[in-house]
Design a binder for this molecule. Structure first.
Ligand code: ADP
Length: 222
């Protein structure tokens, strides 16, 4: 997978105000790239990540995914790509509290190609990666913050995405848990996938080989 952003600009317009959240960003990423986007609050980091993840679709400029301009994709194809190509990890885990770990992690499989009879094996396999396999039938509401984030990561990885997008993935975690979570993400990304992380806490997420990009007023610096 390859990401090419060319002249990406996002302006939020309200009745009497315009905010340029992302200003003429050019950025390319290929397999094995690990990119950390830093910058002050309001710099445009999340907006850029949402554009990359096709969550934000209203922008100017050209965004190509593996050579195909995202804008030209039909709705159904775009939805399929979003589900199969991207794994999203957010600070807020957005888990269904009353459901079990299994029920939560299998959600992306419902829209994919995996057969129903293989769901449980697939979920088990990804739970091993985040060391939660023994909790497969436990309710999310009975788990700790660090465990919840790992459930959310398992859900993000269950479809084996080739691009992982993480927005403040360590935001709500203590130092040790944050480290474990980052280990999981880097290990999964390895040399074969793209990992893009937005953070205000560079120290916690930086690892060897990661490239740091600084955003300021919507622009990439340097
Ligand atoms: P960061 O992630 O670096 O904190 P954001 O991408 O969230 O920055 O926001 C960039 C700018 O865009 C900010 O000035 C923010 O107020 C503005 N913004 C973000 N989302 C919206 C929105 N839905 N409507 C209007 N303005 C927005």
């Amino acid at each position: 997978m390859k990401i090419d952003l060319n002249g990406i600009t996002k302006i939020y317009k309200s009745e009497n105000m315009q905010t340029t959240a992302v200003a003429d960003v050019n950025l390319s990423m290929a397999e094995g790239d690990k990119i950390i986007i830093i910058g002050e609050s309001g710099a445009g980091k999340s907006t850029l990540l949402n554009i990359i993840g096709c969550i934000e679709r209203d922008y100017e400029g050209k965004y190509c995914l593996d050579g195909t301009e995202v804008r030209t994709l039909k709705r159904k194809k775009k939805a399929q790509i979003m589900n199969e190509v991207f794994g999203f990890v957010f600070q807020e885990y957005a888990l269904v509290e009353d459901d079990t770990v299994y029920e939560n992690v299998k959600i992306p499989l419902l829209y994919g190609e995996v057969r129903k009879s293989d769901y449980r094996a697939r979920v088990k396999e990804v739970l091993e990666k985040v060391q939660l396999e023994q909790y497969i039938d436990k309710k999310v509401s009975e788990m700790s913050g660090g465990q919840r984030q790992r459930v959310a990561i398992a859900r993000a990885l269950v479809n084996r995405p080739s691009i992982i997008l993480a927005d403040e993935p360590t935001g709500a975690l203590d130092k040790k848990t944050a480290e474990e979570v980052m280990d999981i993400l880097y290990e999964y990304a390895d040399e074969k996938r793209i990992l893009a992380i937005v953070t205000h806490d560079l120290q916690r997420v930086k690892r060897e080989g990661a490239k740091v990009i600084k955003m300021e007023h919507g622009k990439i610096q340097g």
